[in-house]
Design a protein around this ligand. Sequence first.
Ligand SMILES: Nc1nc2c(c(=O)[nH]1)N[C@H]1C(S)=C(S)[C@@H](COP(=O)(O)O)O[C@H]1N2
Ligand SMILES: [Mo]
Length: 397
Amino acid sequence: MWKRLKRIHTYNGWIVVFLMISGILLFLPSLRGLLAPIRVGLKQVHIGVGIVSILVLILYIPYFQKHWKRIRKQQGKRINLMTILLFIFVWSVSGIVLVFEENVSAPTAQSALFIHDIFTWVGIPIILYHSVTRLRWVQKQRRSKFPAASDSDKGSRIPLSRRGFVQMVAGTAFVIFIGPSFFKWLKQVLDDGGQSLKKVIANDRNNMNPPPQPLPGSNPPRGGGYDGNFRVYTVTEIPSYTEENWSFTIDGLVDRPVKFKWNEFVKLSRKVQVSDFHCVTGWSVRKVTYEGIPLSELLKKAGIKSKAKYVKFYSGDGVYTDSLSLDQVRNMDDVMVAMLMDGELIPSDYGGPVRLIVPKMYGYKAVKWLVRMELIDNSHLGYWQLRGYDTDAWVRK
Ligand SMILES: Nc1nc2c(c(=O)[nH]1)N[C@H]1C(S)=C(S)[C@@H](COP(=O)(O)O)O[C@H]1N2
Ligand SMILES: [Mo]
C-alpha cells in the first residue's frame, strides 16, 4: 500500500512537471510567435491534464487515511508532501475558475489568474527542488534494496554528481529564461489597481495637437472605468507620433481615396460605446469605454466600390496587419476606429492615438497604431493568422 502511494506520487510528479512546462510555454510572451499554431491545442491539453491531476489528487485520500501515522513520523517528508498537495489544490481550484472565466465576475477571474500565476512562480523552484531531493532519496532506497539492479533500472542509478549538474543547468536556465518574465509579471501586477491607465498615459510617446475633446458619455466614462489590466503587446518597437508624422489613409477599391491629417481626423464625429476586450491567451478587460468613429461611418467617407470584399488594416509599426470581411463589418455595428478610452486619448502603449476595436472578436483583430485601411477584393491573412490563428476570431459566448 505504501508502495502504491509512492507510485501515485510519481505519476503525479510527472503530471505536475507537464503542467509546469506547458504552463510556462503558454505564458512566456517571447514564445507566442513560435507557439501560435499549437497554442489553442496546448491550452486544451493543459486544462485536460489539469483535470486529471485533480483525479490523481483524489486517489491520495484513502492512502492518506491509512498511512497518516507513518507520514506523521517523518516530518521532512510530511512537510514536503503537504506543500506539494497544497500547490496542486490551489492550482486546481484557480484553474477551474479560469476555465469558467466567462461565468464568474471580473474580480474573481482576475484573482484566479493572479493566484494561478503566483503559485506557478513560487511553485516551480519548490517543485524542482522537491523532485530532485526525492529522486535522490528513491535512488538511495533502491541502491540499498537492490544492489544488483536489472538493466532497466540503470536509468535511476545516475551518479549524484550528474544529477547535481542537471540541477545546476535547470536552475541556470530558469534564472536566464524565466526570471525576467517573473519580474515583468510582478511589475505588471504591482502597477495595477485602477492606476494603470494614468501610468501608461504618463509614459505616452505620442504628443498629438490639438487633443480630442471627450464627449459627455466618455468623461466621466459611461462604463464606470475599465475593469482589469491590459498586457501591452507589440511585435515591433512601439511607434511614436505627433500631428506632424501621423496621418490616416483609406485607399484601395474606393471611390475617392482619402488621407486625413490629425486636425481633420479629430473633427470627425465620434460615438461612445462600452465593450469588453478579450485576448485569446486568456486575459480580459471589461467595460472599457471607447470613443471613436464607427468603422462603417469612416468607410463612407471614401465610398466602397462594389468589387471590394474585405478591409485590410495596417498598423503604423509597418509589420502588423489584419482584416475583416465587409459582411462582418455590416453585421457588427460596434467595430470602431477608437481614439479615446475611458475619456483619455489612447496612449501609445495601448495602440494610440488610434486603434481598431472589434468587441465581438479576440484582441488580435484590434490593430494598434492604425494608420491605413485598404479595401481589397480578396481575403488577407493578418500577422497572427499567418502564424496559425483563426481568420475569424469570434469570442465564444
Ligand atoms: N500593431 C499591433 N497591434 C496589435 C498587436 C501587436 O502586437 N501589434 N497585438 C494584438 C493582440 S494579440 C492583442 S491581445 C491586443 C493587445 O492590446 P494591448 O497591447 O492594448 O493590451 O492588441 C492587438 N493588436
Ligand atoms: Mo491577443
